[in-house]
Design a protein. Structure first.
Length: 195
């Protein structure tokens, strides 16, 4: 993944969700949060991805009269995904089941804060209030944290930059090589002690 400079990043007026549209992604939480926010602040949501829950979530958007602020793009190319990430205010990931959450690292590579559900491993990757928010999956709590980032571009930049630093130091190639070297040395030592 090519990392880009801080100067190339924009913090637009929308949040983005990226992922397969399946039930455990719980996009309805963010949709309901936007419904709550509607009277206070119009935050837009761009949904990148497709899946069996798309029709249901589109109908929810229509029922809540949010079609002007929620846009379903379907599957997009990697280049388009990076474009939307580079222009958004934050990434939202209300999923209650994730393997690792690579999309979090992609967001951090583009210096974007993330809002994630308070479930493992997401709550082990994101540090609440530092590089994003880790929140319970209740619409009013999501609304509060989306609003905090929507009204404060400087906070979004600060958290996004913190995420970028974490990406480079904790998940960067040098760190991965160092971790593999330590594991290799440990395995060799264990094998030699058994001999």
């Amino acid at each position: 993944m090519k990392l880009i400079s801080e100067e190339e990043i924009e913090y637009g007026d929308f949040i983005v969700f990226i992922g397969r549209l399946v039930y455990y992604k719980h996009l309805e939480i963010v949709i309901e949060a936007l419904r709550i926010l509607r009277s206070k602040y119009n935050v837009k949501l761009v949904v990148l991805g497709d899946g069996p829950m798309r029709r249901y979530w589109e109908s929810l958007v229509e029922r809540y009269n949010l079609k002007d602020i929620v846009e379903f793009k379907g599957y997009v190319s990697h280049r388009e995904k990076l474009y939307y990430l580079s222009k958004c205010r934050a990434l939202v990931l209300p999923s209650t089941f994730e393997g690792f959450g690579m999309v979090i690292l992609e967001a951090w590579a583009l210096r974007k804060p993330v809002i994630v559900a308070d479930v493992e491993p997401l709550n082990k990757i994101v540090t609440h209030g530092i590089d994003g928010y880790v929140v319970k999956n209740r619409p009013e709590i999501w609304a509060k944290h989306i609003y905090l980032l929507a009204i404060n571009e400087e906070l979004s930049k600060k958290m996004g930059n913190n995420g970028y630093r974490k990406l480079v130091t904790k998940y960067g190639l040098d760190k991965q090589i160092s971790d593999l070297e330590r594991l290799y040395i440990k395995l060799v030592a264990r094998k030699e002690s058994k001999s």
